[in-house]
Design a protein around this ligand. Structure first.
Ligand code: MN
Length: 198
């Protein structure tokens, strides 16, 4: 059963000016599409052909690099698109706000640490807000298309928020300035969706 690329939950230009239209078109229509296509190629005719994306990602340590990278790419990007929304931003409220304040001191301190995780990721990868097995929130970063759900993750947990820090996520608008991209992204974070995941 082949995986398919779902349409974005908003228009390609909906996240302007923080994420530009061309970046969104290429990121979703080319990069994410390629992860889906290459995942389908990698599982075709193998024992992994009928597994769910969740099952594949959770067993990343025992599947081929092609399935790990492209399966992770499909999972991560689907999660990322759903973490963003036009006209979003602001700050979390309710139980999520309490959890963030409890774990990091304040929303501002959380953002500082999250941005540091994104900037500190050498090369390509992701920054994550996760909830760990003990119920505590934590910030982590993964290389390439790995994620905190994977059995190989250094810090495991259930992702609440993930931000793509590959250059393809920001280079057209922000060039080498990953920090500027990570400063702007807060304007389009869908805190309602993040809170639902808690
Ligand atoms: Mn990406």
């Amino acid at each position: 059963m082949a995986f398919t690329l779902h349409a974005l939950p908003y228009a390609y230009d909906a996240l302007e000016p923080y994420i530009d239209t061309l970046t969104m078109q290429i990121h979703h229509g080319k990069h994410h599409q390629a992860y889906v296509d290459n995942l389908n190629k990698a599982i075709a005719g193998t024992e992994n052909e009928n597994k769910s994306l969740e099952d594949l990602v959770e067993s990343a340590g025992s599947i081929s690099p092609a399935v790990r990278n492209n399966g992770g790419g499909h999972w991560n990007h689907t999660f990322f698109w759903n973490s963003l929304a036009p006209g979003a931003g602001g700050s979390p409220s309710g139980r999520l706000a309490e959890a963030i304040n409890g774990a990091f001191g304040s929303f501002d301190e959380f953002k500082t640490k999250f941005v540091a995780a994104g900037i500190g990721r050498f090369g390509s990868g992701w920054a994550w807000l996760i909830i760990k097995k003990d119920g505590k929130l934590d910030i982590s970063s993964t290389p390439n298309q790995d994620n905190p759900v994977m059995d190989v993750a250094e810090t495991k947990g259930i992702p609440l928020l993930g931000v793509d820090v590959w250059e393809h996520a920001y280079y057209l608008k922000y060039q080498n300035k990953r920090a500027d991209y990570l400063a702007a992204i807060w304007n389009v974070i869908n805190w309602t969706k993040v809170a639902e995941r808690l």
